[in-house]
Design a protein around this ligand. Structure first.
Ligand SMILES: [Zn+2]
Length: 159
């Protein structure tokens, strides 16, 4: 049995993690303002959002079915690395707005772009989310993107 198969089997056999109720607090403070992060629901599914929203827009991923937190909130260097990775990566599938300026890169649907990322980085679909990456993985993704899609622009949005 390969390692991914073993991991998948272990996951299937582990007891179902407890469902988190809406409004429950994340075990970490908001990485931006130090406030409390609570579980919320949205059209995109469950996520942890800062209680100071809309003043603070920090979010943290939650498992879609159970609301269990995904990964750990990022410190500033990790957040910057994730932003920088998103700037490049999102151009793969937000091609419409960028078309013309970035001729030559293939147009992908969002799902195709994420499938490409998973394959290029050797991750499962569930792992292939920039929000789960550490700074090193973000840099790895940026290098892969530069290598495969030389037409992407590097400039960061002003924050
Ligand atoms: Zn906050």
């Amino acid at each position: 049995m390969s390692e991914p198969e073993q991991i998948a089997r272990d996951l299937n056999e582990s007891p179902q993690p407890e469902r988190v109720r809406l409004g429950a607090e994340l075990g970490h403070p908001c990485p931006d303002c130090g406030g409390k992060m609570v579980l919320r629901d949205s059209v995109h599914g469950l996520f942890y959002g800062c209680r100071a929203f809309p003043r603070c827009k920090a979010t943290h991923g939650a498992h879609k079915a159970t609301g269990q937190p995904l990964g750990t909130p990022a410190d500033t260097p990790t957040k910057r690395a994730r932003q920088a990775a998103h700037v490049l990566f999102d151009q793969l599938w937000k091609g419409k707005a960028l078309r013309g300026r970035h001729r030559g890169h293939p147009e992908m649907k969002r799902g195709e772009a994420y499938a490409w990322m998973a394959e290029a980085m050797g991750l499962t679909k569930d792992e292939a989310h920039i929000g789960l990456f550490n700074a090193e993985q973000c840099e790895q993704l940026r290098e892969l993107l530069r290598e495969h899609f030389p037409g992407l622009t590097e400039s960061l949005p002003v924050t």
